[in-house]
Design a protein around this ligand. Structure first.
Ligand code: GTP
Ligand code: SPV
Ligand code: MN
Length: 637
């Protein structure tokens, strides 16, 4: 039916909304689905039940239509390659909108649009946008079904690629409808690739492997908690449970309800003594979250288990708990960066990707498997590149797109923790903030207290990556790694963090320790100074020894005096406290990893002041005080 010619012009057709499995219990949900179907005019409406049969049917259909290439069933069982349109390969930040009533509520770092103006524009754009296609309805849960931190959404989409991706990345299907009952709350999310197959005259056009539209809209209505996405099939633009819901909309819910929705990985680290710690870490897109989440520690006796690789929802524990901040991974799969992922850098990811994976924009080998830069040291002699063109080594083009990705179920990961889907979440011991910084920022430092930790988060800057459209390598401010993902005024987000700290302290509940990290510092010759990847465990071990020391009555700064020394930026590892042995680092390199150049930092303070000034009166006074304190410690006042 996907490519069959129309028997009647679109205008005489009105898609009937079938009864969902289990019955049409939720009147508001049914009415909304009917409204969207009336607006977008699909041929057919299909409920996604979450079954393996339905998923396989969609995969087979996409192989027939050319959207997917089935990989070799022996080399890569159950796996497929999608090649996107060459202009639909990353998030489109300049087409991402926060449509709050008051522009101040979106803040200076978001693209604000008036909600009524945007609604009118979207109505025009979505009118008839699904003609000739099937509209799928995907009920999904972010977080374990029915969990105290979980939330429900329903996405409609005309993309089968989005449907199968959503069924991997979220808990999707009929169980969610059961949970919604007759009047449960859900976030409505509308998605269309924006390429109807029947035009206004009723003429049908043939489909293309990756339909999309040159003009994209990724629109969020924080007050009514709705998402409307048009024109793209790519991950963060189209899998609306992910960045649109679990960060932009959820951050607004969290502000209003006293919790946090953050761009963070979650991991469980166990010391040789058997003590478990839980760490969350916020790094900007393509700056190492998936890799740290799957880290294979090189420090003997320590183990690391994966809980989440991209998004964390954090909430103070309820009655019956110790009240500490607890984290869940609201997702059910990984949408990870392929390039750079290899047996030496991320063996756990390589083991995760042996079967049942959807790859997007990687290269295809002649024997029907996949390849990308960094998978092996030497590329195969011949490949089909991400655009579908013949590729040989030395041809001057990358074989895989720099933002090519894999979509895979979390439970396939060999390092996944037993507690990864615990509905109550795990207690958070440490929070890391980091970015991609060639200069200035030391390998690791610890915040002096919670407010200083919020300052570290608010002042993250990072060199831009291929995860979003735009120039790669340019240094930009990316507070809390949330610049493209905070659904409200970023300064209010900082105030919310400060307030949450006050609330927990007021209850006598211990706060997580906060650290800043940078795996990406370079020497004058352009080499990374730090080996990174598994060796990042050395940094975790130092940080968690600090946490441990604080818990057993260490110094007031939150750790043991023997492990850390004061610096203008925060606490640095004391000489010898972070083991650098056996890495082959020269003394100069080891010193350069932790070097603090006061002049460069005074300049950085000036940039922070300019950045903070953009928020006017919304900037929390605590952060202005933190900046003043840093300048004092640098001797710059
Ligand atoms: P998103 O999914 O976009 O949010 O990215 P992410 O933060 O999960 O980043 P990911 O772990 O996928 O890493 C992105 C790129 O950085 C990959 O090419 C990695 O190989 C590389 N990378 C990750 N960790 C390190 C590290 O410790 N050192 C160095 N040099 N590169 C790293
Ligand atoms: C990111 O860009 O931070 C990602 C990929 O994790 S996307 O889902 O496209 O946002
Ligand atoms: Mn991300």
């Amino acid at each position: 039916p996907f490519l069959a010619p129309a028997t009647r012009p679109w205008s005489t057709r009105r898609a009937a909304v079938p009864t969902p499995p289990g019955g049409a219990r939720h009147a508001r949900l049914m009415a909304w689905v009917r409204t969207i179907a009336t607006l977008t005019e699909p041929d057919e409406v299909v409920w996604v039940d979450g079954s393996a049969t339905q998923r396989q049917g969609l995969l087979d259909q996409m192989v027939r239509s050319g959207t997917l290439v089935a990989l070799d069933p022996v080399l890569r069982p159950g796996s497929y390659l999608a090649r996107s349109h060459p202009d639909d390969v990353a998030r489109v930040e300049d087409r991402t909108f926060i449509c709050s009533v008051d522009p101040q509520d979106a803040g200076p770092t978001n693209n604000w649009r008036d909600p009524s103006v945007m609604r009118a524009e979207l109505e025009g754009v979505f009118a008839g946008s699904m003609r000739g296609r099937t509209m799928y309805v995907v009920p999904f849960s972010m977080g374990p079904l029915g969990g105290p931190i979980s939330q429900i959404g329903v996405q409609v989409t005309d993309s089968p690629y989005v449907v199968v991706s959503m069924t991997t990345m979220t808990r999707a299907g009929t169980g969610v409808l059961d949970l919604l009952g007759t009047d449960g709350r859900f976030v409505p999310a509308v998605h269309s690739v924006g390429m109807p197959l029947v035009d206004a005259d009723g003429d049908r056009r043939t489909d293309v492997p990756w339909p999309c539209h040159p003009t994209k809209y990724i629109a969020h209505f924080p007050e009514s908690r709705e998402i409307w996405s048009f024109g793209s099939g790519y991950g963060g633009n189209a899998l609306l449970g992910k960045k649109c819901f679990a960060l932009r909309i959820a951050s607004v819910m969290a502000r209003d309800e006293g919790w946090l929705a953050e761009h963070m990985l979650v991991l469980r680290v166990t010391s040789p003594e058997g003590r478990p710690f839980h760490v969350v870490a916020a790094f900007p897109s393509a700056c190492g979250k998936t890799n740290l989440a799957m880290l294979q520690p090189t420090v003997p006796g320590w183990t690391v288990e994966t809980i989440g690789d991209d998004i964390a929802w954090l909430r103070p524990g309820g009655p019956g708990t110790d009240g500490r901040l607890r984290a869940i991974n609201p997702e059910a799969g990984f949408f990870g960066v392929a390039p750079g992922t290899g047996p030496a850098t991320n063996p756990a990811a390589i083991a995760t990707l042996t079967h049942d994976v959807i790859f997007t924009n990687v290269a295809l080998t002649d024997d029907g498997d996949v390849w990308w830069e960094g998978l092996t040291d030497e590329p195969p002699a011949h490949l089909t590149d991400w655009r579908g063109e013949s590729w040989t080594p030395g041809c001057g083009r990358p074989a895989a797109h720099p933002n090519s990705r894999f979509t895979v179920a979390a439970e396939q990961c060999p390092t996944i923790a037993d507690s990864w889907d615990s509905p109550e979440g795990v207690p958070v011991d440490a929070i890391l903030f980091g970015g991609r910084r060639a200069t200035n920022v030391p390998l690791v430092l610890q915040a002096r207290d919670w407010a200083h930790g919020v300052f570290l988060g608010a002042t993250v800057a990072s060199e831009q990556t291929a995860a979003a459209e735009g120039p790669v390598g340019v240094l930009r401010r990316d507070p809390f790694a949330m610049l493209p993902f905070c659904g409200y005024n970023m300064a209010d987000h900082w105030a919310h963090w400060l307030r949450l700290g006050d609330t927990l302290s007021g209850r006598g509940v211990p706060l997580p320790a906060v650290f800043g990290v940078n795996w990406f510092r370079k020497g004058a010759d352009g080499r990374y100074l730090w080996p990174g990847f598994g060796e990042n465990s050395r940094v975790l071990v130092w940080a968690l020894r600090q946490v441990e020391a604080a818990a057993t009555g260490g110094s007031a700064t939150g750790g043991s005096a023997a492990l850390a020394v004061e610096s203008p930026l925060g606490l640095l590892p004391a000489p010898g406290a972070l083991d650098l042995g056996g890495l082959g680092l020269t003394e100069e390199d080891a010193a350069a990893l932790f070097a603090i150049d006061p002049a460069a930092w005074v300049e950085e303070c000036g940039q922070t002041e300019e950045f903070f000034a953009r928020f006017g009166e919304r900037l929390p006074t605590e952060l202005a005080e933190q900046l003043a304190g840093l300048r004092d410690r640098l001797g710059a006042r």
